[in-house]
Structure formats: C-alpha cells, structure tokens
Design a protein around this ligand. Structure first.
Ligand code: TYD
Length: 130
C-alpha cells in the first residue's frame, strides 16, 4: 500500500502541545499548499479520487475520521484521531474519507498547487492506470 503513518515530534509541557513540520528531516516533500476541512457530517464520504503526481500528508488536528485507501488491489481503513500523526498518501492511491466526528478538523499538506488535471475522479480510469 502506498502510504505511511508519520509520528511527529511533540513539544509538550504544562502549557500544552506543539508540533512543527519543516521541510527536510521532518517531512517527506516540499509543501506547496495547505488546506483544511471541517463541519463535515459523520456519514458524508469525501475524496473519491486519486492523484497522478500529488502526494499529501493528512493530519486530523481535532476529532477523528477514517481514510479508506485503495491501491487497486487492496483496501485499508486508517482511523486518524491524533494531531501528532500524519497519514502520508503517495501517488496514485484512491482515497475516500468518512466517519467524521462533529469536532473533526482535517488539515492537508500537499506537494503541489491545486490542479484539476492531476485528479483521477473516475474509479474505472484509476483501475485502468494500474
Ligand atoms: P474536493 O477536492 O472535491 O474535496 P474533497 O476531496 O475533500 O471531497 O474539493 C472541493 C472543492 O474545493 C472543489 O470545488 C475544488 C475546491 N478546491 C480548491 O479550490 N482548492 C483546493 O486546494 C482543493 C483541495 C479544493
């Protein structure tokens, strides 16, 4: 499967916790875009696409949700519930995400600028590219 779970280094003391993500040792690619998603109802399914070139690290900064990753041969569900973990989704992986807690905030760090031509939104087309 083309993903890995990154465990971030947490600076924590009595005042709370902090994670810093920097290009290089801490992070697998140069970040060109950040976006975040919140206010999605529990049973909504988002995503439903793959990317040709783009890689992402997804962080559930509050609450929890499930990512269902599919490489064309196998599917895995990854439950994200910690701001100290990042789900690194590599190229050409079909992703859907759902099961949002009401307080869920998903932050996505992306390797590329937004580019609709990088999306594969048709599942059969995704499978044909495998
Ligand atoms: P979409 O990629 O379909 O969201 P998700 O995969 O989370 O279900 O994007 C939703 C809308 O937001 C769509 O109109 C495209 C737009 N959008 C941007 O303008 N810039 C971005 O960086 C992203 C990710 C989406």
């Amino acid at each position: 499967m083309h993903y890995e779970i990154l465990k971030f280094s947490v600076k924590g003391d009595h005042s709370g916790s902090l994670v810093a993500l920097e290009k290089g040792a801490d992070f697998p690619f140069e970040i060109n875009r950040v976006y975040y998603i919140w206010g999605t109802e529990k049973n909504i399914v988002r995503g439903r696409h793959a990317h040709k070139k783009l890689e992402q690290v997804v962080v559930c900064t509050a609450g929890s949700c499930d990512f269902i990753l599919d490489n064309g041969a196998q599917k895995e569900t990854i439950h994200l519930s910690s701001p100290s973990e990042g789900l690194h989704i590599k190229q050409n992986v079909w992703r859907e995400f759902t099961n949002f807690s009401t307080d869920c905030v998903v932050m996505v760090l992306a390797s590329e600028h937004y580019n609709e031509t990088d999306y594969i939104r048709d599942y059969d087309e995704f499978l044909k590219g495998k």
